[in-house]
Design a protein around this ligand. Structure first.
Ligand code: PEP
Ligand code: MN
Length: 408
């Protein structure tokens, strides 16, 4: 691995920075001695090649929202280094929503992180938003980079960052874009993969809304989106950031547990020695002591079990569910047939395919039936919107004499 990649590294425009990569490989337990010889001081990313984010379950990233002072960085890192924390985070270039807020300490804070890394043997991560940030971060031996939600939305910027990383295989974490667009998130991840980054992780930090977000979250946790991303990219590490989702330290434990229940691989939790006095995101940061409690209270669930009783019960229930799903699909097919017969009647009678009064009636009656079964009305109406949409699509084709196109 290392031998294969080294020529690539040496042709990179950042090859002159390699001596700055110094570090420990906490948690992986597999230092590769030959790397020392090849890369001089040794490169953290290479020592941890391929499996950086898979070294613990959950993989925990913790540290302050922003690196405020040398003292704050060192104090937090000291506290976290004795805990189940695999990576120390601190923002040093802060993407603030409005100008005038604290925008980070910039390059001087890189020195504090470098010191924390050396003193406490913990890898360190910063957010980068510009190629110049990458250059500085590499110069100071930062081990992992993350891309913020407001950068992920911009494919031009993401590509600039990926280009700046060509030949430097440093782990990269990509936060979801602020809008609910799984393709945009996947695209950003793929730009880094194409640039040769072997350790990429996705971070679900919730999605912003124009008005206050439902459920009292700061950023709505839209779970189907990371789940769809994982379906498309099964090997991808997915980390949940309950701090930016909740915006509220009292709800971090609840969302962290939910992430474990949803089979997330890791957590990013903002941690500060004195959260109320934090210079950014004060309401959502926890003390290292509270983080310890949260981690200790987590129930970490597995996808697989060897417990035969549980396996048999699941298998039985899955068979029942398979046959129910078959019935549901057969019924939907019958419903579409009825809809096509109706289209012929509408065509003969010169009636519109879409009839608002009928659609209102469907929403009302199906909604009531859902509630009678203790099902969410919203969920059933959403399902019917999809079914009705397909029904109307077929009816329109029949009205236009294009019934041959229906199955396409
Ligand atoms: C952060 O992690 O501090 C941050 C700015 O996050 P996001 O990009 O999710 O807003
Ligand atoms: Mn923050």
């Amino acid at each position: 691995m290392i031998l294969e990649r080294s020529p690539n590294i040496l042709t990179s425009k950042y090859s002159k920075l390699l001596p700055f990569f110094k570090g420990s490989c906490k948690g992986t337990g597999e230092a590769l001695p030959q790397a020392e010889g090849l890369l001089g001081a040794g490169c953290f990313a290479y020592l941890c090649a391929m499996s950086f984010f898979k070294t613990a379950k959950p993989f925990v990233v913790a540290g302050p929202c922003s690196a405020e002072t040398r003292q704050q960085v060192l104090e937090t890192a000291a506290a976290l280094s004795g805990m189940q924390v695999q990576l120390f985070r601190a923002g040093i270039w802060k993407p603030r929503t409005r100008p005038g807020s604290f925008e980070g300490n910039g390059v001087q804070a890189l020195e504090w992180l470098q010191e924390a890394k050396q003193l406490y043997k913990i890898p360190v991560a910063v957010e980068v938003a510009e190629p110049a940030h990458i250059e500085q971060a590499l110069k100071f031996g930062i081990d992992v980079l993350w891309i913020g939600a407001r950068t992920t939305v911009n494919p031009f910027q993401v590509q600039h960052l990926a280009d700046a990383l060509k030949g430097i295989d440093i782990p990269v974490m990509v936060k979801n874009p602020v809008n609910t667009d799984v393709d945009l998130w996947q695209g950003a991840i793929e730009r880094f993969e194409k640039a040769g980054i072997t350790n990429v992780a996705a971070i679900h930090r919730g999605f912003s809304g124009y008005t206050s977000v439902a459920g009292g979250y700061r950023n709505q946790p839209n779970w189907p989106i990371p789940i769809e991303l994982k379906r498309r990219k099964p090997e991808l590490t997915i980390i949940c950031d309950p701090s930016h989702i909740t915006g509220n330290r009292d709800r971090i434990a609840e969302v962290a547990q939910k992430a474990m229940d949803m089979h997330f691989d890791g957590l990013m939790i903002e941690t500060h020695p004195n959260p109320d006095a934090a210079w950014s995101d004060a309401a959502q940061q926890v003390t290292p002591a509270r983080l310890k409690e949260i981690l200790a209270g987590l129930i970490v669930r597995q996808e697989f079990t060897e417990d035969m009783t549980a396996l048999m019960q699941l298998e039985y229930l899955r068979q029942l569910m398979d046959s129910l799903d078959t019935e549901i699909i057969d019924l939907i097919a019958k419903r579409m047939e009825l809809s096509e017969q109706m289209a012929l009647v509408k065509k003969a009678g010169n009636l519109t395919a879409y009839q608002p009064g009928r659609w209102r009636e469907i929403v009302e009656t199906r909604g009531e039936r859902a509630e009678a079964h203790m099902l969410s009305k919203e969920f059933i109406v959403e399902l019917y919107e999809k079914i009705h949409h397909e029904s109307i699509r077929r009816q329109l084709l029949i009205l236009e004499g294009l019934e041959n196109e229906i199955k396409k």
